[in-house]
Structures are given as structure tokens and as C-alpha cells.
Design a protein around this ligand. Structure first.
Ligand SMILES: [Zn+2]
Length: 331
């Protein structure tokens, strides 16, 4: 990411950050909160670069030593916090943050600490960070990146400037896919429907051979659910267990779109209201094979499963129950 102007969307947040840099009114700690893949890390990285750019303006110059080392990943004033365990532990905070805050930057104005997945800090880790946040040295800036900042202690939240990142407009996601990923506008629109305003999500789907295969399996499952035997159901549940969470979410979103389209077609009888126009025949077939009531039952179950999975529910159990609901509600 070279400059704020390269970032898709989030213009209000970017303008506020640029304004703060220009006026010398930056805060010591920020929370960037919002869904995965919408651009929080890109904004954080560019902001970190701007803070130490020798030109001192609200966009990075991309020529000074600080900008060049930042791009090369060797900037000594920038700390990207990593963690090996599922949670960020007190050890991570002590060795990567607390050990480095007490002395000022060698060159440049700020030491910038970015904490991706900051809401994965356990309580001890948060308390360790809090000590620094309570009396931050002048030269320290923290960028805490979260998907749910409410998991953080109140005492941390109250010391941070909070920026909430919203999903991107579908048109922005489509333009990005056409311009940067060289997709045709038709396939960009298709992927954008599943990406829910997240470029990160769109990238993980387009980069995945699994996604188109999963989509056709999902359609198959709905079309043949009343004839598919229990072994088919279990084998698909077994496969779903192996998917990474972003792919698994893609599968659930595919199910959602299928059910949504089948409901719409059943109610309107008009294919032009269907989102997945490339699968018009399949949608017609699926809506023919399901009662309206059954489709609503599946929709509710999908909603429940998605919620439980995001709370770390058992993937195998939840997907089995979902697939059985789909099967049972077919005629
Ligand atoms: Zn620079």
C-alpha cells in the first residue's frame, strides 16, 4: 500500500487521520474495528508510514529512508505484533511491546505498534498493555485492529480513539476485482455478492479453487437433497470440517444465497429478482423442490449455525445438523 489514495473506501476515517497528522493532533492509541478484509490493516499500515515519513505531510512520500524501509519491512520504528498461540498472551505483549516502549525512536518521531487481532489478547495481556496505555510516552502510537472491540477491557477502550470500518459498497468491491484482479465484470459481480463488502473475502474466494467447486456442490446438494442418502450428507459435513474458516463462511453464504433466491423466485415467479442469475435454471429447480415453509426453516437453521460457528461451535456437529435440515425440508 503506497498511499491513502490507493485504499478503497473509508474516506471519512482516512480524512480524519490525515487531518490529525496535519494538525499534529494524533492520539496515542487507536482501535480500528470492523469486519475482516475491508481494509483496516491497509489503513493502519499507511497511517504508520505517514507518522514517520520525513516529509511530514498527510500522505507518505514513498522516497525518504523511513518510507523505503517501511516498504521493505525493515523500519526500526514499526512493530507488527505477532502471536503463536490462539490468543495474544502476556508474554507476547511484554516481549514485543513493553520491552520496546521505554526508549525513544532512533530516527523519526514515533514508535508505532500495530496489534492485529487485538481482541484476541487475553485478560493478562490486556492488563500488561494497559500499563503502557495509562501513561504512554510521547513517541508511542498503538493501532489495535479488531473485529469486535467490545471484547477489550473498558479501561483500554476508554483510552483509544475508535474508528468503525463498515463493509465496502458492492460497486467498490466490483471495481477493485475488475481493475486489480482482472476479473470480468460478470464474475466480479458474482464474487462480490458473496464477499459482503470485503475485498479480503473476495480475494480468498477468487484465489481458491475450492470455492467454485463448493458452490457447485452446494447447488447439487439442494437440487438432489431428497434423494441424497445419509452417506452423502455425512461426507459433505466431513469435508466442511476441513475448510479454513473463511472458506467455510463462503459455503454458508452460498447456502444463504441459494435459499434467498429460491424464496424470492417462489414468491415472485420472476427470475429477474434472483441474485445468482448465472444459475437461474438451478434456482427454479430448487424452488420447485422445496416448500416455502421448508425454505424458511432452512434459512433459520443457517442463521443459527453461522452464529454458533462464529462463537467457535463444533463445525462437524453444526454442519451435520444443517445438512440434515436441508435434506428433511426437501420434497
Ligand atoms: Zn517518506
Amino acid at each position: 500500500m503506497n498511499a491513502f489514495t490507493d485504499i478503497v473506501g473509508h474516506k471519512n476515517i482516512i480524512n480524519a487521520l490525515k487531518h490529525a497528522v496535519k494538525n499534529g493532533s494524533t492520539a496515542h492509541a487507536y482501535i480500528f474495528d470492523g469486519p475482516v478484509g475491508v481494509g483496516k490493516k491497509s489503513v493502519a499500515a499507511t497511517f504508520a508510514k505517514v507518522l514517520n515519513c520525513e516529509r511530514g505531510e498527510s500522505e507518505p512520500c514513498n522516497r525518504c529512508k523511513s518510507c523505503l524501509t517501511f516498504d521493505a519491512g525493515t523500519n526500526v520504528n514499526y512493530y507488527g505484533i505477532t502471536h503463536e498461540k490462539k490468543n495474544i498472551t502476556v508474554g507476547d505483549i511484554r516481549t514485543q511491546i513493553n520491552a520496546n516502549v521505554s526508549y525513544p525512536p532512533q530516527n523519526g518521531k514515533y514508535k508505532v505498534f500495530t496489534v492485529p487481532d487485538a481482541d484476541l489478547m487475553n485478560i493478562e495481556a490486556q492488563n500488561a498493555l494497559l500499563k503502557t496505555l495509562e501513561e504512554p510516552p510521547e513517541y508511542v502510537v498503538f493501532l489495535l485492529i479488531c473485529t469486535n472491540y467490545k471484547r477489550l477491557l473498558h479501561t483500554i477502550i476508554s483510552r483509544c480513539m475508535i474508528y468503525k470500518f463498515m463493509p465496502l459498497a458492492s460497486s467498490d468491491v466490483i471495481n477493485y476485482a475488475v481493475e486489480n484482479l482482472k476479473l470480468t465484470s460478470e464474475s466480479a459481480s458474482l464474487y462480490a455478492r458473496y464477499a459482503s463488502g470485503s475485498i479480503g473475502k473476495l480475494k480468498s474466494m477468487t484465489g481458491s479453487e475450492e470455492f467454485s467447486e463448493i458452490r457447485s456442490r452446494a447447488f447439487n446438494l439442494f437440487s438432489n437433497s431428497e434423494t441424497s442418502d445419509i452417506v452423502t450428507v455425512y461426507s459433505m459435513a466431513e469435508d466442511m470440517k476441513k475448510y479454513e474458516s473463511n472458506i467455510l463462511n463462503g459455503v454458508l453464504d452460498t447456502f444463504f444465497s441459494i435459499v434467498r433466491d429460491a424464496i424470492v423466485y417462489k414468491q415472485t415467479g420472476n427470475i429477474k429478482y434472483v441474485m445468482q442469475s448465472d444459475m437461474a435454471n438451478e434456482i427454479k429447480e430448487i424452488s420447485f423442490r422445496h416448500e416455502l415453509e421448508g425454505l424458511f426453516v432452512i434459512f433459520d437453521e443457517l442463521y443459527k449455525v453461522k452464529k454458533r460457528l462464529s462463537a467457535n461451535g463444533d463445525v462437524a456437529l453444526l454442519t451435520e445438523s444443517l445438512l440434515m435440515t436441508i435434506k428433511e425440508n426437501s420434497k
